[in-house]
Structure formats: structure tokens, C-alpha cells
Design a protein around this ligand. Structure first.
Ligand code: FES
Length: 97
């Protein structure tokens, strides 16, 4: 996933916007990332990824590209990320019915 790919697909929030928001506002809790254009407040798929980016900022804010969480997020393509989210949403729908 590239910096300009959407991390929160529900609200079209890119990874770059999230990372800039973290740097700029230094949120005290991962849940505060919802203040960045509503990220994470839709289907919930992106919440673990948001949390990882927030946790990374708590431990090593300067070594972004060496951080395991960042490497894991970068390793998945935007298409694969969207496909996994579609599976996640389908599972959610099945659980509701
Ligand atoms: S992808 Fe972020 S809440 Fe659905």
C-alpha cells in the first residue's frame, strides 16, 4: 500500500492523511484517529491498521520505514487490501443475517 492509497475505504482517507494527522496532532489514543475525516468509524476493517500506525508513532516516530507495522501495511497492495475488506464486510453481513 502506497502513501496515497486509501487506508479507510469507507471514508476515503489515505494512509498519508492518517500519518500526517498523527504527526500533527499527536493523538493520545488510537480512537482519536476518527477525528481524521471519520477514519475507522464505518465498517471497522481499517481499525487494526489505524491502531498499528498509532502504536508505531508511540514507539518510534522517526523510523517509519523500518517499523514492522509499516512494512506490513506497505507490503499489501491497495487491490489486495480492498479485496480483504470485501471479504470482511461479507462476513459481517453473514453474521447479521
Ligand atoms: S474501511 Fe475504515 S471504517 Fe471501513
Amino acid at each position: 500500500m502506497e502513501l496515497d492509497d486509501e487506508l479507510c475505504l469507507c471514508f476515503h482517507v489515505s494512509r498519508r492523511k492518517i500519518e500526517n494527522f498523527i504527526q500533527r496532532t499527536k493523538p493520545q489514543r488510537a480512537s482519536q484517529l476518527s477525528e481524521c475525516l471519520g477514519a475507522g468509524t464505518g465498517c471497522g476493517w481499517c481499525r487494526p491498521f489505524l491502531k498499528r500506525l498509532w502504536q508505531r508513532a508511540q514507539t518510534s516516530p522517526t523510523s517509519v520505514h523500518e517499523d514492522p507495522a509499516t512494512v506490513a501495511i506497505e507490503a499489501v497492495s491497495a487491490n489486495e487490501y480492498a479485496r480483504q475488506r470485501a471479504d470482511y464486510r461479507q462476513q459481517q453481513d453473514e453474521q447479521k443475517s
